[in-house]
Design a protein around this ligand. Sequence first.
Ligand SMILES: Cc1cc2nc3c(=O)[nH]c(=O)nc-3n(C[C@H](O)[C@H](O)[C@H](O)COP(=O)(O)OP(=O)(O)OC[C@H]3O[C@@H](n4cnc5c(N)ncnc54)[C@H](O)[C@@H]3O)c2cc1C
Length: 405
Amino acid sequence: MIAYLEHFVHGNDTESTPNDDVSSLQGSFHFSPISIATKDFGGMKSSTPLAVIRPYSTSDVARAVKAATTTTNLTVAPRGNGHSINGQAMAEKGLVLDMRATAEEHFQLLYHDGVPYVDVSGGALWEEVLKRCVSQFQLVPRSWTDYLGLTVGGTLSNAGVSGQTFRYGPQTANVTELEVVTGKGDTLVCNENENSELFFATLGGLGQFGIITRARIVLQQAPDMVRWIRVIYSEFEDFTKDAEWLVTLPEGDGFDYVEGFVVANNDDSCNGWPTVPMGSNQVFDPVLVPSSAGPVLYCLELALHYRKTARSSDVNKKVDRLLGGLRFVEGIKFEDDVKYMDFLLRVKSVEEDAKAKGIWDAPHPWLNMFVSKSDIADFDREVFKKILKHGVGGPILVYPLLRSK
Ligand SMILES: Cc1cc2nc3c(=O)[nH]c(=O)nc-3n(C[C@H](O)[C@H](O)[C@H](O)COP(=O)(O)OP(=O)(O)OC[C@H]3O[C@@H](n4cnc5c(N)ncnc54)[C@H](O)[C@@H]3O)c2cc1C
């Protein structure tokens, strides 16, 4: 293996990657092909590391970081599932740690003051966490991302924002403890009280303050089913007022998930009306769109959790009461009852479809922004209605969050 690395080094710029960097890696490291870490989901940056190491445990991670600290040049980047968009998980001529190899190391349920938590590995996918928590404990994390093919360490190094954030905060607000390997290769446990600076720096820290090897995540009872709803607005003001009202409702009184997106007001299959229905049995009827509508429409996406023992009349009553107060375009409403797990995994079918069409690997120049309430109407006028009126060839999500979360 070392011979292979030396060959690689000599084939490149030996000045910036001297041989002593390589010899410090001697030992029992496991390696992956370099190619897995040269690209990411964004597809806009590429970078060639010296080596990709597969650590199977926290001590492997610590050993790799320690080895790098003894060298003059090696940088280290943890890589989750590589779904960043700007090369954040890359290390040019450095070491990439393929954290997926650690996925199995931790998985333990514990209770503190009657509240359930699960300890999971930084390299576990959220999809794996969901499936194991449901099947083993009938419990689940409270805050998610839209797509679950992302690692725990990868989203906790960003934020992890989705339609539950208005209620529980981002995923980073639902973690009470981390085990972190620091830049010196030390393994530390951190939380609000112990090594708190490290804890808060690592959450949202893009891997720059330490490598998350274990995270303790708050759990709640797993719902069985979800009433999944999409309604359409022609007026941005109505859309934002309704969405902002919904996120102020207390737990139990409102929806459990509030998101939304912008669609072009036309029949474009990628940006327009056809992107709104949730199933092939649903059809968007454009005749119902008011003639006063502008170049874009707004879709409010909602979900209500329920137990399979709930009476459907009670679920209907609650949904009707909540929807009754909203100002969406009459008649343009899509509803479906789906299993909770299928709802959380809803983007998986989008992924499979995009892979089948060969577009999953296309570049994804994505942008995430927090826009204040006082600027959102201007943003709509200038950005959605003018610059993006034909769409972006993919989703344009827009939904309210509470600053307090
Ligand atoms: C289809 C899709 C949908 C998405 N939806 C959402 C969404 O709804 N909400 C949302 O908030 N985000 C969303 N994202 C963005 C996603 O949260 C980030 O891209 C996230 O970083 C991806 O996780 P990853 O495991 O692929 O991390 P990577 O891209 O591998 O890494 C991300 C960053 O974290 C660092 N890192 C990775 N693992 C660790 C670790 N164990 N310890 C410390 N640092 C680490 C890396 O060095 C890098 O800086 C989505 C992405 C995709 C592709």
